[in-house]
Design a protein around this ligand. Structure first.
Ligand SMILES: [Zn+2]
Length: 373
């Protein structure tokens, strides 16, 4: 009788464990991803045609949509971009629920995993504009003494690239997690991208909470805190990988690597966080490093087709030569676009011309190289 009871308990435990494992959202075996800013309200229909005609036909299976505050959040209407629609003073320009649902439906139709991105921690300002979060809640600012300039220039005396929120402010997470919850629900997805790239303002000496603390630990703690929140909803967190790369050792520098002492976070961050390893000028072996550490990683080119080609060749060579566990963590590619959706769509249909480099060519080359895999 006792043995029977133990067996039932053991069986229940195994079943429970399986449910836990299966509840975790799976990635496609090989991600053919695309990352772009959310379209403006008047471009939604064109954007849906783009999903139908350009992404689905190229078998894109992940769409990272950089939404930030460009959605009409009901949990925090005070954080919605306040710009008004052209010729319509009653409506704000941020995407409505109806518009978002059209994008969600288009992705579902083609089995594309939608990964909404809201930048957390860093990227809380851009050039001369402060994001709604720090505008409405200036107490969250990691560097309140840094005034936003009238004309933005880099480099500058404040070393201001983008503002950050203070990850140790006791009230910041309640608010940002409500945004995370709402955007994941609206997008009907188990995936969330928190950005977390280029966090330059971190552990600042002028911050009473963060001064003197280990920046790698501060960064890792913030990633893990967001990850715990997303995991608790059976979801998966995605971030850019640059803060986890030693910018000096790899000679990749302060942008695509870290020279502000955050790179040791690689050994402190939960291994179920998905890493997007962006490199636009070369094809370093950093994705290999992430995979060997046990992170699912995707390589991310931008606007140089030859770099994308090299990255695919390196990806294939690594997969062919590796027999270890790292191989299964090499999970594909994300084409990144760093202009507005409207601009990119015009580049694509030829009504606008790209200067110097071609994101469109990079995208088409990457997808066709992946077809040969
Ligand atoms: Zn702080």
């Amino acid at each position: 009788m006792h043995l029977r009871k133990t067996s039932i308990l053991l069986l229940s435990f195994i079943l429970f464990s399986c449910v836990q494992i299966f509840a975790f959202p799976k990635l496609p075996k090989e991600v053919r991803g695309f990352c772009i800013a959310a379209p403006q309200y008047n471009d939604v229909e064109t954007f849906i045609q783009f999903i139908d005609n350009e992404l689905a036909t190229r078998k894109v299976n992940v769409l990272i949509l950089r939404i930030d505050y460009n959605y009409q959040y009901t949990s925090h209407p005070e954080l919605v971009t306040t710009q008004k629609r052209l010729g319509d003073n009653n409506n704000i320009a941020a995407l409505s629920l109806t518009e978002m649902k059209k994008i969600v439906a288009a992705c579902k139709k083609h089995n594309i995993i939608l990964v909404p991105q809201v930048n957390l921690f860093g990227h809380q300002s851009w050039a001369t504009t402060t994001s709604p979060l720090l505008k409405k809640y200036p107490q969250f600012d990691e560097t309140p003494w840094v005034r936003m300039p009238e004309n933005y220039k880099w480099p500058n005396a404040d070393e201001l690239y983008c503002k950050s929120y203070c990850p140790l402010h006791p009230e910041v997470h309640k608010i940002v997690f409500e945004l995370v919850d709402e955007i994941m629900e609206v997008c009907e997805t188990k995936h969330f991208h928190a950005g977390m790239d280029e966090v330059f303002y971190i552990g600042m000496n002028g911050c009473t909470r963060c001064a003197g603390l280990d920046r790698s630990k501060l960064f890792a703690d913030e990633v893990n805190k967001i990850n715990d929140h997303v995991n608790a909803k059976d979801g998966r967190l995605w971030i850019w990988g640059d803060r986890m790369i030693d910018g000096q050792e790899t000679k990749l520098g302060m942008w695509e690597g870290s020279t502000n002492d955050t790179y040791r976070s690689i050994d402190m961050i939960n291994k179920n966080v998905v890493i997007n390893d962006w490199h636009y000028e070369s094809s370093p072996k950093t994705a290999e490093m992430f995979a060997k550490k046990g992170f699912d990683v995707m390589m991310c080119p931008w606007r140089k087709a030859d770099i994308a080609k090299q990255q695919v060749a390196d990806y294939n060579a690594f997969k062919a030569s590796s027999s270890g566990k790292a191989k299964k963590h090499y999970r594909g590619f994300i084409q990144t676009v760093w202009t507005s959706a409207d601009n990119f769509l015009q580049y694509l249909n030829g009504t606008k011309k790209e200067e110097k480099f071609s994101t469109v060519e990079c995208f088409k080359t990457l997808m066709s190289e992946l077809n040969d895999n």
